[in-house]
Design a protein around this ligand. Structure first.
Ligand SMILES: CCc1ccc([C@H](C)CC(=O)N[C@@H]2O[C@H](CO)[C@@H](O)[C@H](O)[C@H]2O)cc1
Length: 822
């Protein structure tokens, strides 16, 4: 350990260079003169892994020796992005590697661009999981992330004539230096089949599940390097493989394909990530994905527990906490019950007690279409024994706990029941998660309040202290230290370099908020980052933008409730005002978008097309003198966000109030000095509280006003006929102005606002939004005032550090202790 400590801190660029060359030669069998950039990246990663693996085994050894209680973060998504840069920074080796590579005439920034994103997630939920495991390791908390080792992550997005085209992701094509295959920990997972009811010789009913197929689960470990490299935890991702490699009997009887069929089907389980964000597809394979990784993970946890506790289950929930990242892993609850009751022959009540003490559940969305419900029929087919266990959990819950509080009240019972009656009986994974967990939390104060008042009011009445809030956060290591090195260095010089693990230190920057010298240094860095982004924009879209214009950025998944189409309406209104008055005094503005739409989400794809068509027209319209530019960067992902966020002046957080559970992009953009224009939704409310009303621009209806307007009946036509600008802009969609020769190609957008009922109240918020944008313009013109606000946003983002979120989980839910790894 001593030499590693020493080695990490003390290795010289020269020694690191030699290590890179050694790995190039001996690990990758490549000669220095023939090495490709990919080879240099692999060799550099191998050189840094020497330190990672050492700390990894140190950490595991220590946790085992101290038999530490640990949290297990169950998530179907981990949106990790790239790891080379992050791991170098967290090991304190980035500058060393930079110098070593420079001596090899390699620019570290181009080298890290060789790495494919580990895009094993859709958006907020998946990225939050990645930030959380970074914080858990940095805070030296024993933790394991559990998920699926998808062969193909989130699709690659290309634009063809402005339309989104999906291409398969192949992150592992060139191998991945940051994963270790662990064949010694393979698990066998049963699915399908039927349940036999038997009586054991004590006359007790025993349930025997005869599975129709066994799937092999192969774990891949991705080291999670904490900042300062003391603790290296694990992210264990399960790959599905077929058990019997080849069914010779079927083959010999001439059925080659059938012989192989089973294999193919088993392997498809971890083949690809479902690209739906906030919309439940309800596909059989998705349910099997959920069960597969939960069953593998629980078996893995129990194997580790038994090493220290054999068959004494009494300490299980004291040693093991499992966090359910939304309802996607909720099947873990009946799976643990099956293991305890059917396999460990435990009586129901004791087993149920252990379950509830072990599991806790985080809700990330209120959208009805995102709440998972599986048909009883499908459950019967895929997981017959689990269905029985769910029925029993439900029966005991309704008959004891619900009836105790609401005797004979069937209405309440049907509301709280895990089973939704009706022509197609459904299993409500949200209700199961609440019933089977000791704690339920939302991800921002307003969201957690709505989870109690709107989503689970009866459960809240039944178990008030079960519900809590943990406002999201983001890791300042990736989202400031690594992605904005120039600003990091300025901060180091100003308040010292301990802020990556103690972000409250940034608060002291507020003393410099009005300091002209510091303002200049701070805004010069913003400008440099904008210049860098103009190059990326040119490379990806061939559009030239002026780095002195306002960079107004909206980056997130494409969804109606996030209202990228409200942003587009305002852009079209601005464009129209400019056409009517080209000399209009307007600070040049570049509206920058990044967003993927779920492949099956038509209107979302239409909105992407519309933004691209409007962009083409506006960007090539001489009459407006380049005052307005619109840019849609393709294939928005973590590594692109790291290039866009440091260059942002304005952060668009314009969701309909009550719809965005929290948001985390809002935190990253504010941390990097962007001024938020947003609604009082999700964490925007807490950001405004922390940075001060004068350092953000709030507009639009509040949560309660949205509810009131919906209640009284919202008619978007009133705004169409009531606001001439809205009418003109909407009518523009019907013409072929933006789609020459193809009138009406964009009409689906207009229709969604009118006939479609404008469900997310874009027209109702348009005027307030437009006023908000004028306020942004006015603020930007006051250079000193703007610089002050930007600096204060960076200074006051301490609350939104994922370390603070994790500390809240530790204090309120997990009751975990940190463990120093010598
Ligand atoms: C069943 C399909 C599906 C897939 C993913 C999801 C996620 C819960 C969607 C998601 O990513 N939600 C986002 O979670 C972030 C982290 O808490 C929040 O900051 C965002 O507001 C929320 O939209 C729902 C439904």
């Amino acid at each position: 350990a001593k030499e590693t400590e020493m080695a990490i801190g003390k290795i010289t660029p020269k020694q690191f260079k030699e290590s890179i060359i050694k790995h190039l030669n001996s690990t990758f069998g490549t000669d220095i003169n023939k090495a490709s950039k990919k080879a240099w990246w692999n060799a550099t990663s191998a050189a840094l892994n020497e330190f990672v693996y050492d700390r990894l085994s140190q950490t595991q050894k220590t946790h085992f020796e101290k038999d530490t209680r640990a949290v297990h973060y169950f998530s179907l998504e981990f949106l990790m992005g790239r790891l080379t840069g992050n791991n170098l920074h967290n090991l304190g080796l980035f500058e060393t590697a930079k110098k070593a590579l420079t001596e090899l005439d390699i620019d570290i920034n181009t080298l890290v661009d060789e790495e494919e994103d580990m895009a094993l997630g859709n958006g907020g939920l998946g990225r939050l999981a990645a930030c959380f495991i970074d914080s858990l390791a940095t805070m030296e908390l024993p933790a394991i992330g559990y998920g699926i080792h998808y062969e193909h992550g989130l699709f690659r997005q290309e634009f063809k004539d402005g339309h989104q085209i999906e291409r398969p992701d192949s992150w592992r094509e060139y191998g991945n230096p940051f994963e270790i295959r662990r064949p010694e920990s393979i698990q066998d997972i049963p699915v399908y089949g039927y349940v036999e009811t038997k009586f054991n010789d004590a006359g007790k009913v025993v349930k025997e599940w005869h599975p129709g197929r066994i799937i092999k689960g192969v774990p891949w470990d991705v080291p999670v390097v904490g900042y300062s490299g003391k603790t290296v935890n694990v992210l264990r991702l399960w790959e599905s493989r077929a058990t019997n490699f080849f069914n010779w009997d079927v083959f010999n009887s001439g059925g080659y394909h059938d012989a192989h069929k089973e294999n193919v089907e088993s392997e498809t389980i971890s083949k690809v990530l479902y690209p739906n964000d906030e919309t439940d597809a309800g596909k059989e394979l998705r349910l099997i994905q959920q069960y597969f990784f939960c069953a593998c993970s629980l078996k893995d946890i129990i194997r580790r527990y038994k090493r220290a506790h054999a068959d004494d289950w009494s300490n299980f929930s004291a040693q093991v906490a499992v966090q359910l990242n939304d309802t996607h892993p909720a099947i873990a609850i009946p799976e643990l019950m099956r293991i305890l009751v059917d396999r460990a022959d435990m009586d129901w009540d004791q087993a149920w007690k252990i379950c509830r003490e072990t599991f806790s559940y985080t809700n990330h969305t209120l959208l009805p279409e995102a709440l998972e419900k599986w048909s009883v029929r499908l459950f019967e087919k895929v997981l017959p024994r689990h269905l029985e266990i769910i029925y029993e959990i439900n029966r005991r819950f309704l008959e004891s706990e619900v009836d105790a509080k609401w005797p004979g009240d069937n209405a309440i019972k049907s509301k709280l029941s895990i089973i939704e009656e009706g022509h197609e009986r459904m299993v409500r994974m949200g209700n199961l998660s609440v019933i089977g967990s000791n704690k339920v939390n939302g991800v921002a104060e307003v969201h957690s309040a709505l989870v109690k008042s709107d989503l689970f009011p009866e459960f809240n009445a039944l178990w008030t202290d079960k519900f809590t809030n943990v406002t999201n956060g983001v890791t300042p290591r990736r989202w400031l230290k690594a992605c904005n090195p120039a600003l990091s260095k300025l901060i180091d010089k100003t308040v010292g370099d301990q802020w990556p693990t103690n972000q409250e230190i940034l608060r002291d920057l507020d003393k410099k908020a009005d300091d002209a010298k510091f303002q200049k240094a701070y805004m010069d860095i913003k400008h440099e980052n904008k210049v860098a982004l103009t190059k990326v924009i040119k490379e990806l879209t061939d559009v030239d933008v002026d780095p002195s214009a306002i960079f107004d950025i909206q980056i997130k998944r494409l969804h109606e409730y996030k209202r990228q189409h409200l942003n587009l309406l305002h852009i079209m209104a601005l464009y129209r005002r400019l056409l009517q008055n080209p000399t209009m005094d307007m600070v040049p503005r570049v509206f920058i978008f990044g967003a993927k739409a779920a492949p099956g989400y038509k209107l979302a794809k239409d909105i992407i097309y519309a933004i691209n068509k409007v962009a083409d027209k506006v960007n090539n319209d001489e009459r407006i003198g380049g005052k307005l530019k619109v840019v849609f960067l393709p294939n928005y992902r973590v590594s692109l966000a790291e290039k866009m966020i440091p260059a942002a002046d304005v952060s668009e957080q314009i969701s309909t109030a009550g719809k965005e559970a929290s948001g985390t992009g809002n935190m990253k953009l504010a941390l990097n000095g962007a001024i938020t224009i947003g609604t009082l939704d999700g964490a925007n409310i807490e950001i405004a509280e922390e940075v001060g009303e004068e350092n953000v621009v709030i507009f639009g209806l509040t949560v309660d006003e949205v509810k009131a307007l919906k209640k009284q009946g919202y008619n978007p036509w009133d705004y169409y006929y009531g606001n001439e600008e809205i009418k003109a802009v909407l009518d523009w969609f019907d013409t072929d102005y933006f789609t020459p020769g193809k009138p009406g190609e964009l009409s689906s957008i207009k229709n969604s606002f009118l006939d479609g009922g404008d469900p997310y109240l874009c027209l109702a918020d348009f005027e307030s939004y437009s006023e908000g944008q004028k306020e942004i313009e006015a603020k930007y013109k006051d250079k000193k005032g703007w610089a002050r606000s930007a600096i204060l946003n960076t200074a006051y983002m301490g609350k939104f550090n994922s370390d603070r979120s994790i500390q809240d989980y530790v204090d309120r839910i997990w009751k975990l202790k940190s463990c120093t790894v010598k």
